[in-house]
Write a protein that binds this ligand. Structure first.
Ligand code: BDR
Ligand code: CA
Length: 311
């Protein structure tokens, strides 16, 4: 069955690799729209970066709609340290031949979800949740109508990657994340507990670099950039490929283990804002709407990534 997908992202090095994966799977994913949000870098750059990746992938048939420039409440804060000034690391840039389409991302999400049948549209979110939260506020009926939402965000066992307890996407717009996770929509959450298990070590990058397609060559460049930064700033073996876990889950859910949970986002504490409080002790696990990823088959994710990049 083909999954109808809206891919909301803030490219971003690892968002870009996730985009290549999604673009390479037209027989499994019908991408209704790419929507972009200010996050890793400013909103005009994330939209442009999505258009660059689309062109490298040869998928100009997929529309891109730019969205929120700033978070709902907190001031914007970027992650240029980890994604380079452009947001795409050291990838050679060019002006994309095709730009973004008219229409704000939040309106496009509302229109597409309402135009399709109940449960028909899946949402991948690999940046701050601002666009989706805006869409849920614009038209609350989308909440019931949406299919699965797969979000990269949050941390439990691993602790945070921006502050002691907060992961970047949630920290960048905690209020938007709280709107999404408290909405009652069905969400699968790929937090750092699982994305830290999926790392692009030198052997894995070399395997991608050996694939002779534009998407693989660009991905090897992007992953080499983030792995070098990870080594210099954090130490340790290879950068986690956070956002590709979202697309890997949508294409091959058997690669991940999930646990039903309740998830609340800290929005007001000075020290722990953006913390995801993930509670597994549920009275009625069968009624859970949120599923927290606890384990990934990293070799399986890379095998899938390599297979897609070779297409
Ligand atoms: C998340 O933050 C961003 O910098 C990455 O693109 C990813 O979505 C990881 O914390
Ligand atoms: Ca991202």
């Amino acid at each position: 069955m083909v999954t109808k997908l809206i891919f909301d992202c803030d490219p971003g090095v690892d968002d870009a690799v996730a985009l290549f994966m999604a673009f390479a799977a037209p027989q499994d994913l019908e991408i209704l729209a790419i929507t972009t949000v200010g996050g890793n870098v400013a909103a005009d750059l994330t939209a442009r970066n999505a258009a660059i990746i689309r062109q490298i992938a040869g998928r100009e048939d997929v529309p891109i709609h730019a969205g929120a420039k700033v978070p709902l409440i907190r001031p914007p804060l970027d992650a240029g340290d980890f994604h380079g000034e452009s947001g795409l690391g050291a990838l050679p840039l060019f002006a994309p031949t095709k730009g973004v389409e008219e229409g704000h991302a939040a309106n496009v999400i509302v229109d597409l979800v309402m135009r399709h049948g109940p449960g028909e549209v899946t949402l991948a979110v690999t940046g701050p949740c601002t666009n989706l939260a805006l869409a849920m506020r614009l038209e609350p009926d989308i909440i019931e109508r949406l299919g699965l939402i797969v979000v990269m965000g949050g941390a439990r066992r691993e602790g945070g990657n921006v502050t002691a307890s907060a992961e970047y996407n949630i920290w960048a717009d905690p209020h938007a994340a709280e709107v999404v996770f408290s909405s009652g929509a069905r969400c699968v959450v790929m937090g750092l507990d699982v994305t830290h298990q999926v790392r692009s070590d030198p052997a894995r990058i070399a395997a991608i670099a050996a694939i002779d397609t534009p998407a693989a060559q660009a991905s090897a460049n992007l992953l080499a950039f983030s792995s070098a930064l990870e080594r210099d700033i954090v130490g340790g073996a290879g950068a986690p490929i956070h956002d590709p876990c979202v697309i890997a889950y949508i294409l091959a859910p058997e690669l991940f283990t999930l646990r039903p949970c309740q998830l609340k986002v800290e929005t007001s504490s000075r020290l722990t804002v953006g913390h995801t409080a993930v509670e597994f002790g549920l009275q009625d696990p069968a009624a859970a709407r949120i599923f927290w990823a606890t384990h990934a088959d990293a070799d399986g994710v890379f095998a899938l990534l390599n297979e897609l990049l070779a297409r």
